[in-house]
Ligand binder design. Structure first.
Ligand code: PRX
Length: 644
């Protein structure tokens, strides 16, 4: 191995790990590479509970995959019922802490009861397999109950992050054609009530498909209930029964749709189905988080993002873990909330994002140092590349130089982790996701699909289907084909650039398309642009990501105004608020820059790459109130275009 900073698995960790030593990893990897059907088939039989066995492991008609055809299975059964028969009934499934400090320890038995009763209510209201539900809830156990109750009946759910606006929520309800919305009056965030139900009301104003809105009472306060459509969760209790068995569903039954940003203004509805997704998330809990029955595991993501789906709900519960769920902000009431929760719940596996780490570093070491973090044994990172300073701090200050860090590369589309170290087997290099999971044939290639060779930059692709992969885009198989499979037929195009070093380690460098990564969340430049051009003053807009110390990237908007409007500070503020209202507060631009014209190619395409370079090298004045003359750039761009 090369002489960069390399952290071998600590001997004590390796000794107790599921996969101990690099040879054990290689053996697994080789087994999966040489006989994938046998590898995945054996695991699916061993690790999941089936109502009816499958007859085919993989049916691959590129780019459409079917895994475990012929099988009947249910995700809710796998996350709940089977644990009751395997001695985990009294084990805590969810250790919940609300932001105001309320606590609930929910055992597998209790979670099962809650899910069964809520599913029976949905059933009594006439909801059934094939229906679609939108879940727009705070980070409380009932959000998990809502997901698993849908899964129990075969209702396909789509969780919408609570930070999304009414506009964004409406677009998702419509695209999904949802009949059911599960929400709450509100949730707690930094001591304030986030009014979720009010947003739902606005989103559903002209909606014709939704016939039931079920509202969990969380924060209290005024809510406007629409007669006939809206019901309080607790008032439907009279419909509940303790008898609501999990419905046997096809392996490929649509489990959920999760919307994520693509390169156009319209979000993509990523479809995940049941058996393959469940197998992938269950296995990666063991391989990457080295999950043991006694572990207390905490993933800080929001259930509205894929990390929450795979590594708060389906992965941990299917693997029978004890999982911490925290409702609120990391800095409420002060900057040590997370560290105090680790100490209080004796968390030993902690999974978070580089953005969160950087934000907490900034507040000083005295916050974590005031707490006993000695329960920790493993740390994880997800969502964006982790920079060396953040890695070192996480390793030293939080992990006391004792805990391996698993840097996990994956995407909403991949369903689960694809590239990450198995912590008892694979030596770490800070900033690298290291090696692929078994069954994942990853490669760095050029535009023709040819491997670029050692330490060369190229496109990260996956050459073989895997169980947790997306199956299609909801209602848009052409876009699915186009977005992921058209450049290199039969090969999955991730949209990320990467290099592979002399030891075969992957270093993911960032997106190659017009997708930004802000705080580990994907945001499309086009989505922000189309929000901006809806504003009456805006003629044209071009949006790019700019490197940001905490959030990785920040949104910078170049805006030209319609005749009769002029740039001023107030308009800058208004446009920032406008984007937050159209998409959600997490999309609020860092900067609005007014310009007379945008640099374009002769065919009229905005040259975003040029603007990206500008904001990165900061060669353009950052004063939001001055009108920037990009005319020169435009002419320059046209010239280059002529030459090209
Ligand atoms: O660019 C990669 C980056 O996040 C993208 C996926 O975003 P999303 O679908 O929102 O899922 C985020 C949580 C899995 C990827 O295309 N990304 C994710 N994890 C890493 C990463 N970049 C570098 N290192 C990672 N560990």
């Amino acid at each position: 191995m090369s002489n960069e900073h390399v952290f071998a698995p600590p001997a004590a960790f390796a000794a107790q790990a599921h996969v101990n030593g690099i040879d054990a990893y290689r053996k697994l990897y080789d087994q999966a590479a040489t006989a994938p059907d046998q590898f995945w088939g054996d695991l699916a039989r061993k690790e999941l509970s089936w109502f009816q066995p499958f007859d085919t492991v993989l049916d691959w008609q590129p780019p459409f995959a079917k895994w475990f055809s012929g099988g009947k299975i249910n995700a809710s059964y796998n996350c709940l019922d089977r644990h009751l028969n395997e001695g985990r009934a009294d084990k805590v499934a969810i250790a919940f802490e609300g932001e105001p400090g309320d606590e609930r320890q929910i055992t597998y038995r209790e979670l099962h009861r809650l899910v069964v009763r809520f599913a029976s209510i949905l059933k009594a209201r006439g909801h059934q397999a094939g229906d679609r539900a939108i879940i727009y809830m705070p980070m409380i156990p009932e959000a998990v109950v809502a997901m698993l109750a849908c899964a129990r009946l075969g209702i396909t759910h789509s969780v919408v992050f609570g930070g999304f606006s009414a506009e964004a929520l409406k677009a998702r309800v419509e695209d999904l054609g949802a009949q059911l919305v599960l929400t709450a009056d509100g949730g707690w965030r930094r001591g304030k009530k986030i009014a979720l139900k009010a947003t739902v009301n606005e989103a559903l104003e002209d909606c014709t498909t939704v016939r039931d809105v079920i509202v969990y009472h969380r924060t209290g306060g005024e809510v406007n209930m629409i007669e006939g459509r809206d019901h309080w969760w607790h008032e439907l209790e009279h419909l509940a029964s303790d008898d609501c068995p999990a419905v046997p569903l096809d392996s490929e039954h649509p489990l959920f749709v999760l919307y994520t940003s693509g390169t156009t203004g319209k979000p993509k509805g990523i479809l995940h189905t049941t058996a393959g997704y469940l197998l992938h998330t269950t296995m990666t809990m063991k391989w990457v988080f080295d999950l043991k029955q006694s572990d207390v595991y905490w993933c800080t993501a929001d259930i509205g993002w894929v990390t929450g789906h795979s590594y708060i709900v389906y992965g941990p519960l299917s693997a029978g873990a004890t999982s911490v769920l925290y409702e609120g902000a990391p800095d409420f009431p002060q900057y040590d909330r997370w560290w105090s929760l680790i100490a209080k719940y004796k968390v030993n596996t902690f999974y978070t994002s580089p953005t969160a780490i950087r934000a907490l570093i900034k507040q000083g070491d005295h916050w974590p140092k005031a707490h006993d973090l000695s329960s920790l044994r493993l740390l994880g990172s997800v969502g964006e590349p982790i920079n060396p300073a953040a890695w070192n701090w996480y390793h030293h200050v939080i992990g006391a130089d004792r805990c391996p860090i698993v840097d996990t590369w994956w995407q909403t589309e991949t369903g689960g982790i694809l590239i990450a170290p198995m912590p008892g087997a694979v030596p770490l290099k800070p900033g690298s996701g290291t090696l692929p999971m078994p069954g994942i044939i990853a490669e760095v290639v050029d535009v023709h699909g040819k491997p670029v060779g050692e330490n060369r930059e190229g496109f990260l692709v996956i050459k073989r289907p895997w169980p947790g992969m997306l199956r299609t885009l909801w209602g848009d198989p052409e876009r699915y084909q186009e977005a992921y499979w058209s450049r290199l037929p039969g090969i999955y195009f991730t949209g990320d650039a990467a290099r592979r070093d002399q030891d075969g380690y992957f270093w993911v460098l960032g997106r190659v398309d017009d997708v930004m990564n802000v705080s580990g969340h994907r945001l499309s430049t086009m989505e922000v642009e189309s929000a901006l051009v809806h504003h009456p003053a805006v003629a044209e807009a071009a949006v790019v990501g700019k490197p940001h110390e905490i959030t990785g990237q920040a949104v910078v908007c170049f805006v030209s105004l319609k005749a009769g409007h002029w740039n001023h500070e107030e308009l800058g503020k208004e446009l920032r608020a406008w984007v937050a209202k159209e998409i959600g507060s997490f999309a609020r631009p860092e900067e609005i820059r007014f310009t007379e014209s945008l640099p374009k190619t002769r065919s009229g395409k905005i040259m975003r790459r040029l603007l990206r370079e500008l904001v990165t090298s900061n060669t353009v004045s950052g004063d939001v109130t001055t009108l920037e003359d990009l005319g020169v750039l435009t002419r320059l761009a046209a010239q280059n275009d002529d030459e090209a």
